[in-house]
Design a protein around this ligand. Structure first.
Ligand SMILES: CC(C)(COP(=O)(O)OP(=O)(O)OC[C@H]1O[C@@H](n2cnc3c(N)ncnc32)[C@H](O)[C@@H]1OP(=O)(O)O)[C@@H](O)C(=O)NCCC(=O)NCCS
Length: 217
Protein backbone atom coordinates (compact mmCIF):
# COMPACT_ATOMS: atom_id res chain seq x y z
CA UNK A 1 0.00 0.00 0.00
CA UNK A 2 1.11 3.53 -0.68
CA UNK A 3 -0.37 6.39 1.32
CA UNK A 4 -0.96 9.79 -0.24
CA UNK A 5 -2.18 13.08 1.18
CA UNK A 6 -4.68 14.95 -0.96
CA UNK A 7 -6.68 18.16 -0.72
CA UNK A 8 -10.46 17.83 -0.88
CA UNK A 9 -12.70 20.39 -2.56
CA UNK A 10 -16.20 20.94 -1.09
CA UNK A 11 -17.53 18.63 -3.84
CA UNK A 12 -14.95 15.96 -2.96
CA UNK A 13 -15.97 16.19 0.68
CA UNK A 14 -19.62 15.80 -0.26
CA UNK A 15 -18.79 12.75 -2.41
CA UNK A 16 -16.64 11.15 0.32
CA UNK A 17 -18.64 12.28 3.33
CA UNK A 18 -19.69 8.74 4.28
CA UNK A 19 -16.07 7.51 4.24
CA UNK A 20 -14.83 10.56 6.15
CA UNK A 21 -17.49 10.20 8.84
CA UNK A 22 -16.80 6.47 9.15
CA UNK A 23 -13.12 7.28 9.87
CA UNK A 24 -14.23 9.89 12.43
CA UNK A 25 -16.61 7.50 14.22
CA UNK A 26 -14.06 4.67 14.32
CA UNK A 27 -11.24 6.98 15.45
CA UNK A 28 -13.30 8.57 18.23
CA UNK A 29 -14.97 5.30 19.24
CA UNK A 30 -18.43 6.83 18.83
CA UNK A 31 -21.52 4.66 18.34
CA UNK A 32 -22.74 3.83 14.84
CA UNK A 33 -25.38 6.31 13.80
CA UNK A 34 -23.29 9.31 14.87
CA UNK A 35 -22.44 9.72 11.17
CA UNK A 36 -25.96 10.76 10.20
CA UNK A 37 -26.15 13.30 13.05
CA UNK A 38 -22.86 14.87 11.96
CA UNK A 39 -23.32 14.82 8.19
CA UNK A 40 -25.37 18.06 7.83
CA UNK A 41 -22.90 19.92 10.06
CA UNK A 42 -19.83 18.75 8.13
CA UNK A 43 -21.51 19.78 4.86
CA UNK A 44 -22.47 23.19 6.25
CA UNK A 45 -18.84 23.67 7.31
CA UNK A 46 -17.67 23.28 3.68
CA UNK A 47 -19.42 26.58 2.94
CA UNK A 48 -17.57 28.54 5.62
CA UNK A 49 -14.92 31.12 4.73
CA UNK A 50 -11.41 29.67 4.58
CA UNK A 51 -12.61 26.04 4.69
CA UNK A 52 -9.87 23.58 3.76
CA UNK A 53 -9.85 19.79 4.02
CA UNK A 54 -7.10 17.23 3.53
CA UNK A 55 -7.30 13.44 3.48
CA UNK A 56 -4.95 10.46 3.66
CA UNK A 57 -5.77 7.77 1.11
CA UNK A 58 -4.30 4.35 0.51
CA UNK A 59 -3.62 3.14 -3.00
CA UNK A 60 -2.70 -0.40 -4.00
CA UNK A 61 0.88 -0.29 -5.12
CA UNK A 62 2.18 -2.54 -7.95
CA UNK A 63 5.09 -3.38 -5.65
CA UNK A 64 2.64 -5.00 -3.19
CA UNK A 65 2.66 -8.18 -5.27
CA UNK A 66 6.41 -8.55 -4.88
CA UNK A 67 6.94 -7.15 -1.42
CA UNK A 68 3.76 -8.19 0.33
CA UNK A 69 3.12 -4.91 2.14
CA UNK A 70 4.91 -1.76 1.33
CA UNK A 71 4.24 1.64 2.82
CA UNK A 72 5.22 4.95 1.49
CA UNK A 73 3.97 8.35 2.56
CA UNK A 74 3.92 10.88 -0.22
CA UNK A 75 2.99 14.21 1.30
CA UNK A 76 3.68 16.21 -1.81
CA UNK A 77 1.56 14.71 -4.55
CA UNK A 78 1.04 18.10 -6.17
CA UNK A 79 4.68 18.48 -7.13
CA UNK A 80 5.71 14.86 -7.50
CA UNK A 81 3.58 14.01 -10.50
CA UNK A 82 5.99 11.26 -11.56
CA UNK A 83 5.13 9.04 -8.57
CA UNK A 84 1.55 10.20 -8.00
CA UNK A 85 -1.30 7.92 -9.04
CA UNK A 86 -3.80 9.20 -11.58
CA UNK A 87 -6.49 11.53 -10.14
CA UNK A 88 -9.20 8.92 -10.72
CA UNK A 89 -7.12 6.36 -8.77
CA UNK A 90 -6.78 8.80 -5.86
CA UNK A 91 -10.50 9.62 -6.01
CA UNK A 92 -11.33 5.92 -5.65
CA UNK A 93 -8.64 5.16 -3.05
CA UNK A 94 -9.58 4.08 0.47
CA UNK A 95 -9.81 7.02 2.86
CA UNK A 96 -7.78 6.48 6.07
CA UNK A 97 -7.56 9.98 7.53
CA UNK A 98 -9.45 13.27 7.42
CA UNK A 99 -8.72 16.77 8.68
CA UNK A 100 -10.43 20.09 8.05
CA UNK A 101 -10.99 23.53 9.44
CA UNK A 102 -11.97 27.09 8.51
CA UNK A 103 -11.54 30.68 9.53
CA UNK A 104 -13.16 31.51 12.85
CA UNK A 105 -16.00 34.09 12.81
CA UNK A 106 -18.25 35.75 15.42
CA UNK A 107 -21.43 34.04 14.16
CA UNK A 108 -20.00 30.57 14.87
CA UNK A 109 -21.23 28.67 17.92
CA UNK A 110 -17.69 27.44 18.70
CA UNK A 111 -16.27 30.98 18.82
CA UNK A 112 -19.11 32.17 21.04
CA UNK A 113 -18.53 29.24 23.41
CA UNK A 114 -14.78 29.84 23.61
CA UNK A 115 -15.31 33.57 24.20
CA UNK A 116 -17.67 32.71 27.05
CA UNK A 117 -14.96 30.45 28.50
CA UNK A 118 -12.30 33.14 28.19
CA UNK A 119 -14.53 35.70 29.92
CA UNK A 120 -15.18 33.18 32.68
CA UNK A 121 -11.40 32.79 33.09
CA UNK A 122 -11.20 36.57 33.59
CA UNK A 123 -9.22 37.36 30.46
CA UNK A 124 -9.42 41.08 29.61
CA UNK A 125 -11.76 41.87 26.70
CA UNK A 126 -8.89 43.33 24.65
CA UNK A 127 -6.97 40.05 24.98
CA UNK A 128 -10.08 38.03 24.05
CA UNK A 129 -10.54 40.20 20.95
CA UNK A 130 -6.90 39.73 20.03
CA UNK A 131 -7.11 35.95 20.39
CA UNK A 132 -10.41 35.52 18.56
CA UNK A 133 -10.09 38.03 15.76
CA UNK A 134 -7.78 36.18 13.39
CA UNK A 135 -7.60 32.42 13.75
CA UNK A 136 -8.04 29.16 11.88
CA UNK A 137 -10.16 26.59 13.72
CA UNK A 138 -8.73 23.10 13.33
CA UNK A 139 -12.15 21.49 13.54
CA UNK A 140 -11.53 17.80 12.87
CA UNK A 141 -8.42 15.57 12.70
CA UNK A 142 -8.89 11.80 12.65
CA UNK A 143 -6.95 8.76 11.49
CA UNK A 144 -8.58 5.35 11.20
CA UNK A 145 -7.39 3.17 14.14
CA UNK A 146 -5.70 0.72 11.74
CA UNK A 147 -3.60 3.54 10.30
CA UNK A 148 -2.70 5.38 13.54
CA UNK A 149 0.78 5.62 14.98
CA UNK A 150 2.79 6.07 11.80
CA UNK A 151 2.85 9.83 11.45
CA UNK A 152 -0.24 10.34 9.29
CA UNK A 153 -2.02 12.62 11.77
CA UNK A 154 0.98 14.92 12.01
CA UNK A 155 1.39 14.94 8.22
CA UNK A 156 -2.30 15.87 7.75
CA UNK A 157 -2.12 18.62 10.39
CA UNK A 158 1.02 20.08 8.81
CA UNK A 159 -0.53 20.08 5.36
CA UNK A 160 -3.76 21.64 6.62
CA UNK A 161 -1.91 24.38 8.50
CA UNK A 162 0.54 25.27 5.76
CA UNK A 163 0.04 28.53 3.87
CA UNK A 164 -2.73 29.81 6.14
CA UNK A 165 -3.36 33.56 6.20
CA UNK A 166 -4.53 33.57 9.86
CA UNK A 167 -2.09 34.47 12.62
CA UNK A 168 -2.99 31.52 14.87
CA UNK A 169 -4.72 28.16 15.01
CA UNK A 170 -7.13 27.10 17.76
CA UNK A 171 -8.75 23.73 18.47
CA UNK A 172 -10.72 21.90 21.13
CA UNK A 173 -9.98 18.36 22.19
CA UNK A 174 -11.34 16.09 24.95
CA UNK A 175 -9.43 16.60 28.19
CA UNK A 176 -6.59 14.25 28.94
CA UNK A 177 -7.42 11.50 31.39
CA UNK A 178 -4.26 10.24 33.09
CA UNK A 179 -1.34 10.03 30.66
CA UNK A 180 -1.37 12.14 27.48
CA UNK A 181 -3.00 10.18 24.65
CA UNK A 182 -1.81 10.25 21.04
CA UNK A 183 -3.82 13.38 20.21
CA UNK A 184 -2.30 15.25 23.13
CA UNK A 185 1.21 14.03 22.29
CA UNK A 186 0.71 15.25 18.72
CA UNK A 187 -0.61 18.67 19.73
CA UNK A 188 2.18 19.21 22.23
CA UNK A 189 4.78 18.07 19.69
CA UNK A 190 3.36 20.65 17.27
CA UNK A 191 3.71 23.36 19.92
CA UNK A 192 0.05 23.85 20.93
CA UNK A 193 -0.29 25.58 24.31
CA UNK A 194 -3.20 25.76 26.76
CA UNK A 195 -5.81 28.48 26.18
CA UNK A 196 -8.52 27.02 28.48
CA UNK A 197 -8.46 23.72 30.39
CA UNK A 198 -11.40 21.70 31.69
CA UNK A 199 -13.96 23.63 29.66
CA UNK A 200 -17.57 22.48 29.27
CA UNK A 201 -19.29 23.40 26.02
CA UNK A 202 -23.03 23.96 26.45
CA UNK A 203 -24.92 20.67 26.40
CA UNK A 204 -21.83 18.44 26.61
CA UNK A 205 -20.94 16.81 29.94
CA UNK A 206 -17.35 16.09 28.83
CA UNK A 207 -14.48 18.39 29.70
CA UNK A 208 -12.46 19.86 26.83
CA UNK A 209 -9.22 21.73 26.46
CA UNK A 210 -8.89 24.68 24.09
CA UNK A 211 -5.37 24.74 22.67
CA UNK A 212 -3.67 27.14 20.30
CA UNK A 213 -0.45 28.26 18.71
CA UNK A 214 0.81 30.97 16.41
CA UNK A 215 1.01 30.42 12.66
CA UNK A 216 2.93 29.65 10.57
CA UNK A 217 3.66 26.25 12.03
C1 LIG B 1 -4.79 11.91 17.19
C2 LIG B 1 -4.51 11.29 15.84
C3 LIG B 1 -5.13 12.17 14.76
C4 LIG B 1 -2.99 11.27 15.63
O1 LIG B 1 -2.69 10.69 14.39
P1 LIG B 1 -1.63 9.45 14.28
O2 LIG B 1 -1.36 9.28 12.85
O3 LIG B 1 -2.17 8.30 15.04
O4 LIG B 1 -0.38 9.96 15.10
P2 LIG B 1 0.83 10.91 14.71
O5 LIG B 1 0.77 11.46 13.35
O6 LIG B 1 0.99 11.86 15.83
O7 LIG B 1 1.93 9.83 14.70
C5 LIG B 1 2.82 9.76 15.77
C6 LIG B 1 3.12 8.35 16.08
O8 LIG B 1 3.52 7.67 14.88
C7 LIG B 1 4.85 7.21 15.04
N1 LIG B 1 5.51 7.37 13.74
C8 LIG B 1 5.87 6.33 12.97
N2 LIG B 1 6.41 6.79 11.84
C9 LIG B 1 6.38 8.13 11.88
C10 LIG B 1 6.81 9.16 11.01
N3 LIG B 1 7.36 8.90 9.83
N4 LIG B 1 6.62 10.46 11.38
C11 LIG B 1 6.06 10.75 12.56
N5 LIG B 1 5.63 9.79 13.45
C12 LIG B 1 5.80 8.51 13.09
C13 LIG B 1 5.45 8.02 16.14
O9 LIG B 1 6.44 7.31 16.80
C14 LIG B 1 4.26 8.28 17.03
O10 LIG B 1 3.98 7.19 17.86
P3 LIG B 1 3.46 7.41 19.37
O11 LIG B 1 2.28 8.36 19.33
O12 LIG B 1 3.09 6.05 19.80
O13 LIG B 1 4.58 8.02 20.13
C15 LIG B 1 -5.07 9.85 15.74
O14 LIG B 1 -4.37 9.03 16.63
C16 LIG B 1 -6.56 9.76 15.98
O15 LIG B 1 -7.35 9.90 15.04
N6 LIG B 1 -6.97 9.53 17.25
C17 LIG B 1 -8.36 9.33 17.60
C18 LIG B 1 -9.20 10.54 17.30
C19 LIG B 1 -8.66 11.78 17.96
O16 LIG B 1 -8.25 11.74 19.12
N7 LIG B 1 -8.68 12.90 17.22
C20 LIG B 1 -8.17 14.17 17.68
C21 LIG B 1 -8.92 14.68 18.83
S1 LIG B 1 -10.20 15.79 18.44
Amino acid sequence: MATFLIDLSPNDMQARLGDALAVYVDAMGYPRGTESQRAPMWLEHTRRVGWHAVAAVEVDSPADDQLGYQEELDTDTDTDAGDAPAPEQLAAAQLRGIAYGYRGAPDQWWQQQVQRGLRHCGLPYTEIDRLMSDYFELTELHIHPAAQGRGLGEALARRLLSDRVESRVLLSTPEMVGQPNRAWRLYRRLGFADIIRGYHFSGDPRAFAILGRALPL
